[in-house]
Design a protein around this ligand. Sequence first.
Ligand SMILES: NC(=O)C1=CN([C@@H]2O[C@H](COP(=O)(O)OP(=O)(O)OC[C@H]3O[C@@H](n4cnc5c(N)ncnc54)[C@H](O)[C@@H]3O)[C@@H](O)[C@H]2O)[C@@H](O)CC1
Ligand SMILES: Nc1ncnc2c1ncn2[C@@H]1O[C@H](COP(=O)(O)OP(=O)(O)O)[C@@H](O)[C@H]1O
Length: 286
Amino acid sequence: MPQTKQPGNAPLRLDRETVAGLPARSAQAHKGDFGHVLVVGGDLGTGGAVLLSAEAALRCGAGLVSVATRPEHVAAGLARLPEVMCLGVSSANQLVSVLERASVLVVGPGLGQAAWGRSLLSAVANADQPQVWDADALNLLARTPLALPSGSILTPHPGEAARLLGISTEAVQADRPGAARKLARRYASVCVLKGAGSLVADPSGRLALCERGHPAMAGAGLGDVLTGVLGALLAQGQDAWRAACLGVWLHACAGERLGVEGRGLAASDLAPVIRELLEEHSACQA
Ligand SMILES: NC(=O)C1=CN([C@@H]2O[C@H](COP(=O)(O)OP(=O)(O)OC[C@H]3O[C@@H](n4cnc5c(N)ncnc54)[C@H](O)[C@@H]3O)[C@@H](O)[C@H]2O)[C@@H](O)CC1
Ligand SMILES: Nc1ncnc2c1ncn2[C@@H]1O[C@H](COP(=O)(O)OP(=O)(O)O)[C@@H](O)[C@H]1O
C-alpha cells in the first residue's frame, strides 16, 4: 500500500503492488454511493478541457458528474457526454446551487485567467469539499492568495510549478522532489508534479515516484484527463494521497498501453483504457 515504509528519503515506487485499490462494490450499490464530481472550467477557446476531465471522471466510476462551463459550450458538451449534467454559467453566482450538490470539485481545465475564470475559482475556493486544482487554477493561484480546502490535490506540470514557486522551469526540473514537496507543504495539499517520472508529494514529506508512462503522452489534454481520474477516485472515498498515487499510476499505465501504437495519442483515447486498467487492479465486483 502507498503507506509502506520508505528507506531514508527514497520515494515510494508506484506499481501494481504498492498502489492501494478501490474496494469492490456491494451488489446493492447505487449512484449516490460514489460521489458527485463537478468540473469547473472551459472558457471560450478551451471548452474541450472540461469535457476530457468529465469523461475521465465518468469512466473511473464517479456516481454523478457535472460540468460548469461557458453557456456557449453546453450544446457540444451534451452531444458528446449525455451522462454528464452540463450547466452554462455566465457568472459565479450561478455556481452556488451546483456547488452545494457536489462532493468533489475539479477546477482549472481550460478555465482561462480572465474575469470569468477568476470569479469561478474564488467561488470554488470558498467551498469546503476536496478539490483538484490544475492548469489555470494554478496559474491564478500563483498570483492570488487562495487556500485549498483540506484533502485537496494540485497537479502542476513543470511550467505551472515554476510559476507557483517563482522560479524557472529548468530549476523545477533540476530538483523535482524538492519542488513537489515544497508545493505540498505550501498549499497543505497533495501535489502531483507531472511530466516523465511524475511525483506525488504530501505535506508531511511523503513522496512517491511513477516510472510508468510514454513519450506519446506529450500532447494536449492528457493532464485534463488526469484531473477527472483524480476527481472520481476522491469521490469514491479515497483520501488525497491514495487517490493521487492510484490515479497517476493508472493514467501513466494507460499512456504506456496506448503509446505502443506510436505518436498521435489523443487524450480522449485514454479514458476507456484507464477503465480497463482500474478493473484489472480493483475489480468492481468481488
Ligand atoms: N482541448 C482543450 O481545450 C485544451 C485546453 N488546455 C488548456 O489550455 C490552457 C493552457 O495550458 P498549457 O499547459 O498548454 O500552457 P502553459 O503555458 O501553462 O504550459 C506549457 C508550457 O509549460 C512547460 N511544460 C509543461 N510540461 C512540461 C514538462 N513536462 N517539462 C518541461 N516543461 C514543461 C513548457 O514550457 C510548455 O511550453 C490550460 O487552461 C489548459 O487546461 C490544454 O489542456 C490543452 C487542451
Ligand atoms: N514523456 C512523458 N512521459 C510520461 N508522461 C508524460 C510525458 N509527457 C507527458 N506526460 C503526462 O501527460 C500529462 C500531460 O499533462 P499536461 O502537461 O497538464 O497537459 P495538458 O495541459 O495539455 O492537459 C501529465 O500527466 C504528464 O505526466
